[in-house]
Design a binder for this molecule. Structure first.
Ligand code: ATP
Ligand code: MG
Ligand code: MG
Ligand code: MG
Length: 576
């Protein structure tokens, strides 16, 4: 591919509404173009990445035995009324009417339609198990679309649905998907964790989220470095563990080393014996301006005392405490805690509070502590604007250490993550609501056991960039890079030798199946290099008259400090 035949459009500055690096870089690199809130054009450079992501997903889904189909974006309301979700789903579900005044929805997910297919097509036990998947446009009217493709309103998802004869079969289907997901995220080259997730109304323990590790992630995950335990904080509940170390000093205020806060540090800050500092919960409340942008985000850090009964906490019976992590307004928090309206706000704000910040919710917390019996503290986070220097900083991003974890084996650590995939055992929730049965060996109708499995195709782009970038731009993992190698000739239009060498290398790489782009735009070297560093192509080859005198070209990996001189003939091997 030659650059002049393709479409390249880079920007010096990111638009002001792009808050996180991935959004800024995708806009600057010309990968996406905003059409409306949470709605983007996928431009040619971005679409190449999306297609690579899709190809890997498709490959692994097929390998795992799933069958591809394609279900419509616009779906009749009747099916959604059968499960009750047409009414229950709230404003995230986009409802539309056709010219005959009939109700339709724009699909946010496809359980209803796929169950409708299954009840018509899968009639005998002999046809089970079956797993149908598609890669399709979704629409969710998110309350706060943000971070570019990471939380869009229109986005692409791979969603798969398994149908089995019984729970044991469903568990097998689940495991097959779990394994496929691990292969998929390994192939993407991303650092991720599979974490136990909330099963909500369905219950049981078969729900996992695949979380790409990134400081800007909206989810908090807690894991044990020495065991397999990993869970979404939503599920893990209080995580700062109990007991064990000597009582902390009664100092009212202390500054621990930024970047690491142990449970003991926090206890000391609060002037509490460690044994009484058992759990922490984090919540955020954002203030929005009229356009719906975040202008301020606030984080609550709640430290529970050791004498709180966990079951009462779970049941929401402990005043001032709430299960899990979620975004909420102050009013919602009050309501959730069963407090009088305005209760938490004033109490938190009575303390001398310092707003501190980072782009991560709860990334850094500024504690100002009160008396021994204070069981929660206010901390603030501002999203990178007008930051005063805080007096006290506790960075909760990395570690909250202590004694045994929920599974009793070792210490716990907290990380932030981006939910890129979710596997979920559904049981008979949908088959029951829609009467999806098959006939067993004895000819008796039985409800199908289902599972659903999503991957946020477009969100992967944002997540990959959050994890892989530097000051100059994106650093794509090779498997999903828009191009694997870019040839940058210096003097393509002036030097016959350079042109011939560049063309020959381009053809050679292309013919050996390498995704190569030749930059024939005639840009000055500095501007040309800056573009490709921004776009994040993993390999760059610079061809100039000077190097060609010795039969050499300059090869440089996107993460390399400097280029190395190599014979042109060795480039294919270097790329592979
Ligand atoms: P979230 O908690 O981030 O709102 P979700 O739990 O609502 O996600 P699922 O219903 O589990 O999402 O959908 C499967 C996958 O689709 C998610 O794991 C995520 O990768 C992706 N996804 C969900 N909502 C969005 C969105 N608004 N924009 C982009 N991708 C999304
Ligand atoms: Mg959601
Ligand atoms: Mg979620
Ligand atoms: Mg989910």
């Amino acid at each position: 591919m030659k650059a002049t035949q393709f479409f390249i459009s880079t920007l010096k500055e990111a638009p002001a509404d792009a808050e996180v690096r991935s959004h800024q870089l995708m806009m600057r690199a010309g990968m996406i173009k905003r059409l409306g809130a949470g709605i983007y054009n996928y431009m040619p450079m971005g679409l190449r990445v999306i297609r690579k992501v899709e190809a890997i997903i498709r490959d692994e889904m097929n390998r795992a035995g799933a069958v591809e189909l394609l279900m419509p974006v616009v779906q009749p309301a009747e099916l959604w009324q059968e499960t009750g979700r047409f009414d229950k789903m709230g404003p995230e579900l986009l409802r539309v009417k056709d010219r005959h005044d009939r109700d339709f929805i724009i699909q946010p997910t496809s359980e209803e339609v796929v169950t409708d297919i299954a009840r018509q097509e899968l009639r005998s036990y002999k046809q089970l198990p079956k797993n149908f998947y598609h890669i399709q446009t979704k629409f969710r009217d998110e309350r706060r679309p943000r971070f570019g493709v990471m939380r869009g309103r229109e986005f692409t998802m791979k969603d798969a649905y398994s149908f089995d004869r019984d729970p044991a079969g469903a568990a097998k289907s689940y495991d097959a998907m779990f394994t496929a997901y691990k292969r998929i995220f390994d192939r993407f080259g991303l650092a991720y964790r599979a974490v136990a997730a909330d099963t909500g109304a369905i219950g049981g323990d078969l729900s996992h989220e695949f979380q790409v590790i990134a400081d800007t992630g909206e989810d908090a995950i807690v894991y044990c470095p020495t065991s397999d335990y990993a869970a979404n904080m939503e599920l893990a509940e209080g995580v700062a563990p109990a007991g064990g170390r000597p009582a902390a000093s009664q100092a009212m205020v202390k500054t621990p080393t930024p970047g690491k806060a142990t449970c003991a540090d926090v206890a000391e800050l609060l002037g509490l014996p460690l044994s009484q500092t058992v759990k922490s919960l984090v919540m955020a409340t954002d203030e929005l301006n009229e356009a719906g942008d975040i202008v301020k985000a606030t984080v609550w850090l709640l430290l529970l005392r050791g004498d709180h009964d966990l079951n009462e906490v779970k049941a929401g019976k402990v005043e001032g405490l709430k299960r899990g992590f979620r975004f909420a307004t102050l009013a919602e928090i009050d309501e959730h805690f069963g407090c009088k309206p305005g209760y938490l706000g004033p109490i938190g704000l009575k303390k001398p509070v310092q707003v501190i910040a980072d782009r991560t919710v709860a990334a850094m917390a500024d504690f100002v502590c009160g008396a021994n019996d204070v069981d929660f503290h206010y901390t603030g986070v501002n999203w990178g604007r007008d930051l005063p220097e805080p007096d006290l900083v506790v960075d909760l991003r990395n570690v909250v250490e202590g004694d045994p974890s929920p599974d009793g084996k070792g210490v716990l650590a907290i990380q932030r993550g981006i939910e890129v995939g979710h596997v979920f055992y559904l049981g008979t929730k949908y088959s029951q609501a829609m009467n999806a049965t098959y006939l067993d060996e004895t000819g008796k109708p039985r409800l199908m056991e289902m599972g659903c499995y999503g991957i946020g195709v477009t969100r992967i782009l944002g997540a990959a960039i959050e994890q892989n970038h530097d000051a100059r731009g994106i650093i794509w993992p090779e498997a999903i890079a828009p191009f694997t190698v870019v040839i940058c000739p210096i003097g393509y239009d002036r030097s016959a030798e350079v042109k011939a060498a560049a063309d020959a290398l381009h053809d050679e790489l292309r013919d050996s199946g390498i995704d190569v782009l030749l930059d024939d735009r005639g840009e000055r070297p500095g501007a040309m290099f800056a573009d490709w560093e921004l776009i994040g192509v993993p390999h760059r080859v610079v061809i100039s008259d000077r190097g060609l005198k010795d039969g050499k070209v300059e090869a440089q990996g996107r993460r390399d400090e400097a280029a190395t001189s190599v014979p042109a003939a060795e480039i294919a091997a270097w790329v592979k």
